[in-house]
Design a protein around this ligand. Structure first.
Ligand SMILES: *[C@@H]1O[C@H](CO)[C@@H](O)[C@H](O)[C@H]1NC(C)=O
Ligand SMILES: *[C@@H]1O[C@H](CO)[C@@H](O)[C@H](O)[C@H]1NC(C)=O
Ligand SMILES: *[C@@H]1O[C@H](CO)[C@@H](O)[C@H](O)[C@H]1NC(C)=O
Ligand SMILES: *[C@@H]1O[C@H](CO)[C@@H](O)[C@H](O)[C@H]1NC(C)=O
Ligand SMILES: *[C@@H]1O[C@H](CO)[C@@H](O)[C@H](O)[C@H]1NC(C)=O
Ligand SMILES: *[C@@H]1O[C@H](CO)[C@@H](O)[C@H](O)[C@H]1NC(C)=O
Ligand SMILES: *[C@@H]1O[C@H](CO)[C@@H](O)[C@H](O)[C@H]1NC(C)=O
Ligand SMILES: *[C@@H]1O[C@H](CO)[C@@H](O)[C@H](O)[C@H]1NC(C)=O
Ligand SMILES: *[C@@H]1O[C@H](CO)[C@@H](O)[C@H](O)[C@H]1NC(C)=O
Ligand SMILES: *[C@@H]1O[C@H](CO)[C@@H](O)[C@H](O)[C@H]1NC(C)=O
Length: 456
């Protein structure tokens, strides 16, 4: 009786140990059709699509751990607390001589990558942004029109957790309802957010602060309801969607956690043959080194920081930089680790008279515990919303004096220079913490660029 029950258990795919593998030794093979380095946005999407073909064995290598049951990642309102936590890479951005200060540079150290730690704001950019990508790359596949089918394959617009009627909060015609990654409007709207929207409707359509029904239509200027990658009050990430329960059991999909990839390995035999089908990794800071190989392709999708780092470790980068680091150059490619564009955000907070802001939970542990219990019991309440509720998109006036000296860095007249995220609550050094609203501006078209800094 006991034996047959055990036998049955071992046949049930969902119950067999090791769907998300923790140890290299648990891998049943070391040759795959594809090896995907980095289980973030790109990697999980590619792994999901490739394993639709049952003949392809795909291995995803993720440096971080599992996202399952990680409260910091699951609870939307906790996203800011992931910074500097166990699921952050803890990178630092050096401000350079103008800013003269260092900043946290959060990146997700967990399955799902930064989609498991970001604040879930769902914005697509504008038609002009994408058409410029097409122009710069010379590949019309990147244009707004040509990218929309993929946007729609990704998106599944779902009702907010409180189930309220969302007519007038978005334009259904520009959304998809049957994709992979959930996008939703906020539930339980706060008085402050309603006031932001009311003000935008009151100022009239000639104002820069006018109401925009859907900022993801390709034209975003104005103020409107924010959309977030949240499903039923819980974060929707590339791990919960593309590696979700209906996919993770595919026998040809293999995911290894705690796998730090150090290098991709050249397997070309002829001179100057730049074929890289080997991947070197370690799970114990380099004490034990393992290799796996891809018979078809290695997909390097480790993010904007780790991808160039792995390339340079592998000898692909600027020859002079590599030589200084004691790395033999396999392929001289000076642009690796250069020209990263980032959109910095500032946190601006104002004290408000409204007395039911998120600041209350920040200063009242009993209330915070009640909110967590409510989220845990029913996936609802203040913690079930991502923090950015309404967003605004603005341009400098065309006659602004800065344009006498500098060319407009935006891709066109319908694309914002500045985004403002309206947030319930915020940061202050005052005690007790006052009731706050944040109106946080982000610079959308910076002309400065970042580069990797290494010390040998
Ligand atoms: C980031 O810092 C936290 C807190 O010290 C730590 O738990 C975590 O392991 C660090 N992340 C990495 C990738 O080392
Ligand atoms: C990009 O835009 C410029 C300026 O409009 C134009 O001259 C150029 O031909 C475009 N390039 C491509 C590849 O579309
Ligand atoms: C939602 O509200 C709109 C406009 O107020 C109304 O036309 C529509 O019938 C409502 N939908 C539902 C499901 O109640
Ligand atoms: C602004 O335009 C929208 C739609 O184009 C219209 O419904 C609304 O009444 C206009 N608002 C004002 C204040 O004119
Ligand atoms: C989300 O909630 C709705 C309504 O309760 C339910 O029908 C749906 O199955 C839920 N989705 C998931 C993925 O849990
Ligand atoms: C960085 O980008 C600029 C502008 O596109 C380009 O001129 C420059 O060559 C790039 N630098 C490197 C190192 O690739
Ligand atoms: C909160 O504000 C409401 C309405 O202004 C007021 O009636 C109530 O007394 C305030 N509560 C606290 C605890 O200050
Ligand atoms: C803290 O929150 C609890 C639970 O909502 C409430 O009963 C209590 O009055 C609050 N304390 C203060 C000082 O506002
Ligand atoms: C959440 O609910 C589970 C049971 O579903 C319970 O074990 C856990 O302690 C709860 N956590 C919190 C923070 O309430
Ligand atoms: C820009 O134009 C507006 C009117 O459209 C005018 O009020 C403002 O003074 C002008 N600013 C500059 C810097 O010329």
């Amino acid at each position: 009786m006991l034996w047959s029950a055990l036998f049955l258990l071992s046949l049930l795919p969902g119950l067999s140990h090791g769907i998300l593998l923790e140890k290299f030794q648990d891998l049943k093979r070391n040759k795959f059709d594809f090896v995907v380095i980095g289980g973030g946005n790109a990697g999980n999407t590619v792994a999901n699509r490739l394993t639709e073909n049952p003949d392809y064995h795909v291995l995803v290598l993720e440096a971080g751990g599992s996202n399952e049951n990680v409260l910091l990642s699951m609870v939307p309102k906790f996203c800011v607390e992931t910074i500097g936590s166990a699921i952050d890479w803890n990178y630092t951005a050096q401000g350079g001589p103008v800013l003269n200060r260092d900043m946290d540079y959060p990146r997700g150290f967990i399955l799902g990558g930064s989609s498991s730690v970001n604040c879930m704001i769902y914005t697509r950019g504008t038609r002009e942004d994408w058409d410029r990508y097409a122009n710069v790359t010379g590949d019309s596949g990147w244009s707004w029109d040509n990218i929309q089918p993929y946007v729609r394959k990704n998106e599944r617009f779902t009702p907010p957790f409180d189930g309220h009627n969302t007519t007038g909060e978005f334009d259904p015609s520009v959304h998809s309802f049957d994709g992979m990654n959930s996008v939703t409007l906020s539930g339980l709207r706060h008085q402050l957010d309603t006031q932001v929207i009311q003000a935008s409707k009151a100022v009239g359509n000639d104002s820069d602060f006018r109401f925009v029904l859907d900022m993801n239509s390709g034209n975003h200027l104005g103020i409107g309801f924010g959309q977030s990658t949240v499903l039923n009050g819980t974060r929707s990430s590339s791990a919960t969607s593309y590696l979700g329960p209906q996919y993770i059991n595919r026998p040809n999909l293999h995911v290894l956690l705690h796998a730090h990839v150090t290098r991709i390995l050249s397997t070309g035999t002829a001179k100057n043959d730049l074929t890289f089908q080997g991947v070197e990794l370690s799970q114990d800071s380099g004490a034990t080194v393992h290799t796996v190989s891809a018979t078809k392709e290695v997909v390097l999708s480790a993010g904007s920081i780790a991808t160039p780092q792995i390339l340079m470790n592998s000898g692909i980068g600027d020859r002079k930089t590599l030589t200084n680091l004691g790395i033999q150059t396999v392929h001289h490619l000076p642009s690796v680790g250069q020209n990263l564009t980032e959109q910095p955000l500032l946190s601006y907070n104002w004290v408000v008279t409204a007395n039911d802001t998120d600041s209350e939970a920040a200063r009242n542990a009993t209330l915070a515990a009640e909110q967590l219990k409510q989220w845990n019991d029913t996936r609802s309440g203040p913690l079930a919303n991502a923090p950015g509720l309404d967003l605004g998109w603005f341009r400098l006036p065309a006659n602004a004096s800065i344009f006498e000296e500098f060319e407009d860095p935006s891709p066109g007249p319908n694309t914002a220079h500045i985004e403002i995220q309206f947030v319930n609550g915020g940061f202050s050094l005052e005690t007790p913490l006052p009731n706050l609203i944040g109106a946080n501006p982000a610079l959308l078209c910076p002309t400065s660029r970042m580069s990797h800094s290494f010390s040998s």
